[in-house]
Structures are given as C-alpha cells and as structure tokens.
Design a protein around this ligand. Structure first.
Ligand SMILES: [Mn+2]
Length: 349
C-alpha cells in the first residue's frame, strides 16, 4: 500500500506536525536515529519556510525507491504557491535570512542534512523542495538527481493513497507503472498495490503481458486504471500501453504528445484487445504519468526545460503548477516523471 504522510501547513502550529510525521515515517523505514534526526531537522526548516514566506503549503513524506533499483529511502516534498524565490543559489547558501526575498534561513541546513536536496522556484507560481534521506548504508544510492520518481498526494490527507507508482529495471529493460485504484481509501490502495507488486515481481515482460497478468490478479480487488511503459534504452524504444484513465505525456523531438489509454478497468469485466504504442526514446526525452486527480487543465508546456532535474522535483512542479492554494484535491493524485538515464550530451544523469 502506498503510505503517505501529508501535512497541510496552514500555520506555525503545523510545523511540529510535519516534524512528527517525518519522524514516524523515518523510523518505519528503519533510517536509524541519526538519519531520522536529519530528516526531522529538514522537515522543520521546510515547514517553517513555507509558513514564513509562502503563507503555507503542502508537506508530503513517503517512501521512494532507488532510481531503477530496489533500495528505499524517505522522500520529503514541500510545495507551496507562494511568491517564489528570485535567487535560488543565494537562498541555498548559508546565512541568507532576508525575509524581503521571500525565503528564510535553513535551506542550507536542509541541503547539508539530506542525501539529496533540490529546490525549484518560479516567481509568481511558488516553490517545491525535495529532500531524500536513506539508511546509512544506502546513502550514496540516493545522492544524485534521480531519472525516475514522483509523488503521491491522497485525497483529504489520508494516510493511504489509492494510486501507486512502481518502476523496475530488469537487465536494462525498464518498466514504469502507474495504477489508480477505483475510488480512494484502503480498497483502492489494495488494488493499486496488487498492480505494483505484480510489476515488481514480473519486470521484463511486455506492457501487454503485464496488463493481462494484472487483470487476473486484480479480479480479487475493486480494479484499477493502469498504464505501463516499457523503456529499452539500448534499442531507443518506449512501448506504452494503458487501460483506464491514466494521463501520459511524452516529450520527444521538441514537442509533447499524449499517449492514449484504452477504456476499461484492469481486474473488472473483460479486458479488450491491448494496443501498445511505440515511440523512440533518446536522451532529452521525458515521460510524465499522472492519475486523474491532477486538474485536467494541466498542460506540460515548459516542463521539458526541467529535463535535467531530479524526476521528483519535476513531478512536484507539475503538481504545483496544475493546482493552486485555493483548490482542494478532488481525488488521490500521483505524478511521475521518467527521463533518459543519459543526458543529451551523453553524460550520465
Ligand atoms: Mn483514484
């Protein structure tokens, strides 16, 4: 089940709540006391900044996978619709405390405490900060910007998300799956968890084979919308297949296109003939997957400029820019971003 610890930071009394949920999540992941303390420190700083300079925001902690690997770490996302930060490099330096610049001290401390820390800010739109904390033996696996990742935001701050993201690398064949269990709550979470486990146990199959196999397994659940992308970088090929309402946008060759899913529900009724789409996949390309909690007016234009950034940072910017401070979620929401493991200049990401 996708567990999410969310705090809507509406005033300074919620700073303590952000620290508390991060402590709970970190201990659950077995981070140990030292890394847990580091995560709690960052949580307090990020929540304090959101209160002080953005009038509040959304704070989300969850367990995330190592990029294309199996280790897990704690990810914290702090997301606001405040005025934004004009000079991010300066803000990340130590001793920067000018409230006139709409941010505060502590970002440098977050960067030092976290195994990975990055911040994206767009003046007038807001700021996202992403920090990850791994167990001592896994810290280097999470040190850099990740080419795959995302975030979950359940409806009404629930602890379980009905959406699930899974990715797996099977000898260079990369599978990414997003599932949206019907409805929300525990039963939705159970359905998407079955889909997720199926992919983690059976990576390397084609998207069609995975969806067909999932269809049988999910019969004992309420069903889910599921999209699967299979990425074979050695063959420069992306294969996409989806059933139900999962949004998928591919940036390639200088423009965005939508990848279509077929109508239906995985695990319910009869599965129609699956029609996979094939596209090229090269450095600079980007795939965005999202569940239908994301406002439909969302447009990916401009997101490609974040292609070299951490995938969870980019996914959080998508989430931020699709919504507003005033707009509550209408469903569980998940956003995932996948980029090529090499940069356009050939260097590893
Ligand atoms: Mn849903």
């Amino acid at each position: 089940m996708t567990q999410v610890w969310e705090v809507l930071v509406t005033d300074t009394t919620r700073i303590r709540d952000a620290a508390r949920v991060v402590s709970e999540a970190a201990l659950g992941l077995g981070l140990g006391p030292v890394r847990t303390d580091a995560a709690v420190l960052a949580a307090s700083e990020l929540a304090t900044n959101m209160c002080r300079y953005a009038g509040g925001g959304r704070f989300v902690a969850e367990a995330v996978g190592e990029p294309w690997g199996s280790a897990r770490a704690l990810q914290i996302v702090a997301l606001d619709h405040g005025p934004g930060i004009a000079d991010v490099p300066r803000a990340l330096g130590d001793g920067f405390t000018s409230s006139a610049d709409s941010l505060g001290a502590g970002l440098g401390a977050c960067r030092r405490a976290a195994d990975f820390f990055d911040l994206q800010s767009t003046p007038g739109r807001g700021t996202v900060a992403v920090a990850r904390f791994a167990r001592p033996e896994h810290r280097e696996l999470f040190a850099g910007p990740a080419p795959v990742g995302g975030l979950h935001a359940p409806l009404d701050g629930a602890r379980l998300s009905g959406d699930a993201l899974a990715f797996r690398n099977d000898r260079g064949r990369r599978t990414v799956m997003m599932a949206d269990g019907l409805g929300h709550g525990a039963a939705a979470s159970q359905a998407s968890e079955l889909a997720s486990r199926f992919v983690l146990g059976r990576g390397g199959d084609t998207p069609e084979a995975l969806l067909r196999g999932m269809h049988e397994v999910l019969r004992r659940s309420r069903g889910a919308a599921v999209a699967v992308a299979d990425i074979d970088e050695s063959r420069r090929l992306l294969t996409f297949c989806g059933v139900g309402n999962i949004g998928a946008r591919l940036y390639r060759g200088g423009s965005w296109r939508s990848l279509a899913s077929q109508p239906g529900i995985v695990g319910a009724f009869a599965l129609r003939t699956l029609l996979p789409e094939r596209h090229g996949w090269e450095p600079g390309d980007m795939l965005v997957l999202h569940t239908d909690g994301l406002p439909s007016r969302w447009s990916p234009d401009g997101i490609e400029r974040l292609g070299a950034r951490d995938a969870a940072v980019t996914a959080s910017v998508v989430f931020r820019d699709a919504g507003s401070a005033a707009r509550p979620l209408r469903d569980d929401t998940a956003v995932a971003v996948v980029t090529h493991t090499a940069r356009p200049d050939g260097a590893p990401r």
